[in-house]
Design a protein around this ligand. Sequence first.
Ligand SMILES: [Zn+2]
Length: 320
Amino acid sequence: MIVKKRDLPIKLMKNEAVFRRLPEWHPKKSLIQTDIRNRRSGLKGEREVDYFLSLLPNDFRIYQDLRLRCNGHKFQMDFVIDSGKGLYIVDAKNNAGQIIFGSDFNECIQVYDEKRKILSNPLMQVLRQQSQLEKLLKELHIDIPIKSYVVFTNPHVKLTKEPGCSYDLSAVFTVDQIHFHLLEKDQEYSKVFSNNSRDRMKDFFLANHTPETYNPLDFYEIDSRDLLSGIQCPTCHSFEVVRRHTCMCKVCGNRSRFAYKKGINDFFLLYGRQFTNKQLSEFLGIDRSWVTQYLVSRTDINGTGNTKARIYHSPYPPNF
Ligand SMILES: [Zn+2]
């Protein structure tokens, strides 16, 4: 049973908004494209894990994408599963090629397309998350055993270790094995936790989950003046859309009634939780303020204040 669903992938959505509004010449464009591609593939991998976790018994409580705070440091876990007898942390990795766990303490190498790349060791990461989670649960006086796993979601990945590697790689495998490992491990635990303890854990997780806040312009050090203004054509993706009775693209002639809505979302994704008519008009490249006002009135966005000082507020979650 899924108790907490994965948050909207807001970091990805923000990166996509920056990407579509960055001109082709911009030096950060290809870096952002790579980050978008990686995150999309990461999400696809996590959905793959969702499928195999759905094969677990229904009383297993699944928390997707849980982000907690320990000693002021936030840590994010892709999956936490409470079986009633143990807690399992599962970290999903979407790397392809060959993954080699080296003999040196922290080393993990990816070999892909004949290139070698050093990765931060996923087993170390997940064990760090485990120790943070243990600390939090200790404060709640819940002494439940925790086991961590790393699953690789690419079906063609090859996992190997060098001779002399000190890691116990029984906690690292491909995604199709996850439910077997969980069920097998669960049989080793004899103590069954009461629903009361499990509910306390649930309340704690849900109340303390902190969605990530992220500003893509700060992160990539992009000057907002570099971004393209205007309404984007849903067909040819140019920003040459003019707003008359409908949104019409000057490049391909496509007509769309609602192309401006994506532009308004882009504003929220890039600049935060509110705008004035003037700010949105500039952003959408609309030179008549009454047109902007009319378009906003056709959305579910509410405003406060009167006339020129009116401020419109985001209907989305705080980290959008
Ligand atoms: Zn077009």
